[in-house]
Design a protein around this ligand. Structure first.
Ligand code: ATP
Length: 483
């Protein structure tokens, strides 16, 4: 039986994990009381058990912890906060916006020991890990070993993002369409291969480099310089001790997301993002200056091809190889003349794609995440708004090279009065009543509309109401989708 998630009951999932302690009703004010924490957020969440309540109106409810502090995590927290399955919702470490919907905990995403300790103290039932670094580092393994259920891949499965060489070798073995490549540890051999192949050509560090390890080289000199930076100067440390040289693919890029439970995959929506900092896709690469969903380029036929030729073969291979993948599988695609090809895998939601995706989700996200972890995704169906959603990232001036922290942001209440607009925080903190920019990417102004143009108009109307002289944004998010 397929369970529609808005009708979903926790009881219809597999048996609750061993540590799940059913308690009885009362309490009721729910999560969020921690928003008035003394230091803005992260100071002292209220862990007091609420007189044994873990059921509310006959429904089992859970204590959830989200890991991370960016716009993606704010979107996850916002979606999870709406679930009737939630008793209390925490985020470690969170940010000033997240603190309005969850209790923020002053524990860093990389502090595995601190996270486990908090989970024990707060009797957390389920952990949702946002960013890739803790996943690649084995946070989910550590949590599960302690009997704490967690959403996200194990370290062995997160290698799909943590090692591009691992991902490319898997594609080669399984016949998954991707750019031709070779692996190198020796600079002279890499340069000889580049000379043989010619430019344009792509040079990539094997490991995690926060998006900085890829050079799409227009000529041989640029490619050789990238080889020297990684293998000679050690620019990326151990992450660049091995490099890949790849064929340069041409086409339109798109992001495709699927929930995976180890053996089954449920496609989510597709999205497109804007990586360059300036209008018209100019200037340096960033973490992402905006995103929209659906991606008009990803037709149902392309979606079918991506599932059949890329996602499902990957899921099967990972299961067969004894490293079953559970979590969000995010395929970075190049839509070429020969069909969709895989550029890269990420093992978590995209940021800012998650903000746009989650604005389009009608169903309860939490039971779908639990089902992915429990290996019963086949019981899950997700419903989406037909409307489009679009996220405009507002960044601190100087981003990405040298973002200026500390400027004050005003006007958010006014900007967010439209019920179809949600402003997700990515890098903010509170200083008393003042909201302060505290990162490169700071806000994700996200809107839903009948189509992409309507969503864009609404999002920019809200952007223009934000009073933040210290910030900037691109003015052309979603324009590519018009074509
Ligand atoms: P991120 O996770 O920030 O997207 P990353 O460091 O994991 O980046 P990739 O996604 O593999 O790296 O590559 C970054 C960008 O480089 C891609 O979005 C794409 O624009 C370009 N790129 C990567 N590989 C190729 C290729 N083979 N041909 C053409 N362009 C490529």
């Amino acid at each position: 039986m397929r369970v529609l998630l808005h009708e979903f009951e926790r009881e219809s999932l597999a048996a609750p994990p061993a540590h799940f302690i059913p308690l009885s009703p009362t309490g009721g004010e729910g999560w969020g009381e921690g928003a008035d924490l003394a230091a803005g957020f992260g100071a002292a969440p209220d862990l007091s058990p609420r007189r044994g309540e873990r059921e509310f109106l006959g429904r089992t409810v859970m204590r959830i912890l989200v890991i991370g502090s960016g716009g993606r995590e704010h979107a996850l927290v916002w979606a999870i906060a709406a679930s009737p399955l939630v008793d209390r919702l925490y985020c470690a470490p969170g940010n000033a916006g997240i603190a309005e919907e969850a209790e923020c905990v002053a524990v860093a995403a990389g502090d595995t020991k601190g996270i486990i300790e908090f989970c024990r103290r707060a009797a957390i039932d389920f952990v949702v890990v946002g960013p890739e670094a803790p996943l690649v580092g084995g946070l989910v393994n550590a949590l599960e070993a302690e009997g704490i259920a967690a959403f996200g891949p194990s370290a062995a499965a997160a290698a799909l993002e943590g090692s591009k060489a691992f991902m490319k070798d898997l594609c080669a073995r399984e016949g998954i369409p991707t750019a031709a490549y070779r692996r190198f540890r020796d600079a002279a051999a890499a340069k000889a291969y580049i000379a043989e192949q010619g430019a344009p050509i792509v040079v990539k560090a094997d490991g995690l480099t926060a998006g900085k390890g890829v050079t799409v080289a227009a000529d041989l000199a640029e490619a050789n310089a990238a080889v020297d930076a990684a293998l000679g100067a050690g620019r990326f440390g151990a992450a660049g001790a091995e490099i890949l040289i790849e064929e340069c693919l041409e086409g339109e890029e798109a992001s495709f997301f699927a929930l995976v439970d180890g053996s089954a995959a449920l496609p989510l929506a597709a999205a497109q993002d804007h990586k360059r900092v300036g209008d018209g896709d100019t200037g340096p690469n960033t973490g992402g200056m905006g995103a929209y969903s659906p991606a008009p380029m990803v037709t149902p036929a392309i979606e079918g091809a991506v599932m059949d030729r890329i996602i499902l073969p990957t899921v099967r291979a990972m299961q067969r190889d004894g490293r079953p993948f559970k979590g969000v599988l995010y395929a970075g695609l190049m839509l070429t003349e020969d069909g969709p090809k895989l550029l890269e895998y990420n093992v978590r939601f995209g940021d800012p794609e998650a903000q746009a995706l989650i604005m389009r989700l009608k169903s309860d996200l939490l039971p779908a995440l639990i089902a992915a972890r429990d290996g019963i995704l086949g019981q899950v169906d997700l419903r989406w708004y037909d409307e489009a959603a679009l996220c405009v990232v507002m960044a601190a001036k100087g981003y990405p090279d040298d973002p200026q922290r500390g400027s004050e942001i005003g006007g958010l209440d006014r900007a967010a009065t439209d019920p179809e607009v949600k402003i997700f925080h990515a890098g903010t903190r509170r200083d008393g009543e003042r909201l302060i920019a505290d990162g490169g990417r700071v806000l994700g102004v996200t809107a839903r509309g009948a189509d992409l143009a309507a969503a864009r108009e609404r999002a920019y109307r809200a952007v223009d109401l934000v009073d933040w002289p210290g910030g900037f944004c691109r003015r052309d998010i979603g324009r590519r989708g018009d074509r």
